[in-house]
Design a protein around this ligand. Structure first.
Ligand SMILES: [Zn+2]
Length: 270
């Protein structure tokens, strides 16, 4: 697989960009690392979490460093992520009034067709999926943990872009970003069972049994769902970067438990 995410660094802040999507023009975006912020200890240092127990002042400073480095200028739109299959179309009402406020909108994907809003999803092993139709001028950003991926959230979001917002699968670009890899993601039977229930045998190549446990390729499963929708394989970028393997770059819920920082995916029309 060609590496679809390119490392960028500016003013000490490090993030990864979905290269083919940005090359199409008209958008900016990326996926943060833990490098370049002010947070300490297990949160060292670019913690972008906005949960109840997070240090909101540190997160605010970290967002402003990241967005200055990556030249992001829109009003942040943040969801209350609930591992669902729901997407929302972003209107003027959706963007948070500043990043300290988590919206009460419970969903895991956002669609947007205008400049001025930066879509933000939060991650610490769950997959970020970027979707873009350059001709329609429509973007989406998806948070796909295993529950969301098993509920086909990326494909449902892309389907909505096609049905309601003038996107065409043959023009659409997708990038499935850094998440926990299939070697690190050891699960019980509930995870493979959920994918087989929603996708049938198509899920089998992405599931491996090892003793009493299973290993599941959640990024690969989201990518194959997008292919089934008609998005061209050459338009679906991936990455070898694993949030659990790469302690130097990322926080990981699997590796660190709940006392950890949070990465953000961010995406805007310019
Ligand atoms: Zn890994």
């Amino acid at each position: 697989m060609t590496e679809g995410f390119v490392k960028r660094e500016r003013a000490g802040v490090c993030w990864f960009e979905p290269a083919e999507i940005l090359a199409a023009g008209g958008v900016r975006g990326g996926f943060s690392t833990r490098i370049g912020g002010v947070s300490r200890a297990n949160r060292e240092s670019l913690d972008l979490g906005l949960r109840k127990n997070d240090d909101i002042a540190a997160a605010r400073e970290n967002y402003s460093r990241l967005f200055a480095a990556a030249e992001i200028g829109g009003m942040p739109a943040v969801l209350s992520q609930v591992h669902s299959d729901r997407s929302v179309f972003v209107t003027e009402e959706i963007p948070a009034r500043g990043i300290s406020l988590i919206r009460e909108t419970e969903a895991d994907a956002m669609i947007c067709d205008r400049p001025g809003t930066v879509l933000i999803t939060h991650h610490a092993d769950c997959t970020p999926v970027f979707l873009y139709d350059p001709e329609a001028g429509v973007i989406a950003l998806v948070h796909a943990g295993w529950r969301g991926a098993a509920a086909c959230i990326a494909a449902k979001c892309a389907e909505r872009m096609i049905r309601d917002h003038g996107c065409r699968p043959e023009r659409m670009l997708a990038a499935v970003g850094p998440c926990i890899c299939k070697n690190c993601f050891e699960t019980d039977a509930d995870v493979p069972d959920a994918f087989r229930a929603s996708m049938g045998g198509i899920a089998d190549p992405f599931i491996r049994k090892a003793g009493e446990k299973w290993h599941v390729d959640i990024a690969g499963l989201s990518a194959v769902q997008l292919k089934m929708l008609g998005i061209l394989p050459e338009h679906i970028a991936g990455t070898e970067l694993c949030t659990c393997c790469r302690a130097d770059l990322f926080y990981s819920h699997r590796r660190m438990g709940p006392d950890r920082g949070t990465m953000a995916a961010f995406f805007e029309i310019i």
